[in-house]
Design a protein around this ligand. Structure first.
Ligand SMILES: [Zn+2]
Length: 119
């Protein structure tokens, strides 16, 4: 079932990090890698051109591990995870859908991705 393309607003808990994304929510993903498993992350993937950061970049802290290719961001103030830049698709972000407002997630397929086994 395809959904209409629309703009979604998201923010961290303290609102220091605010984003807008454009997507039709083709699917949501989970991941079993060490960081996203601990966050119970549920994400939607968007091209970098479809994410607009509405806050100063200094509001974000960047964390890298393993190969250092993926860039994981958290709010410097409230420590919530808004999005990360993907390792396999560096021109895409995975956005934490729990931070998005006004989105009905029911009916969107969820796909479990395998990150833990990636070399
Ligand atoms: Zn925050």
């Amino acid at each position: 079932m395809s959904r209409p393309l629309h703009d979604c607003f998201g923010r961290c808990h303290c609102s220091a990090v605010r984003v807008e994304i454009r997507t039709d929510f083709p699917e949501l993903t989970t991941c079993d890698c060490s960081i996203r498993r601990r966050r119970s992350a549920l994400m939607v993937r968007v091209h970098k051109s479809a994410l607009r950061l509405l806050a100063p970049a200094r509001a974000l802290a960047e964390y890298r591990f393993h190969t250092g290719m993926a860039r994981h961001y958290v709010c410097r103030t409230c420590d919530k995870y808004p999005f990360h830049r993907k390792r396999l698709y560096p021109d895409h972000y995975a956005v934490n859908v729990h931070g998005l407002e006004g989105i009905e997630l029911d009916g969107i397929p969820v796909r479990a991705t395998v990150g833990a086994a990636m070399d």
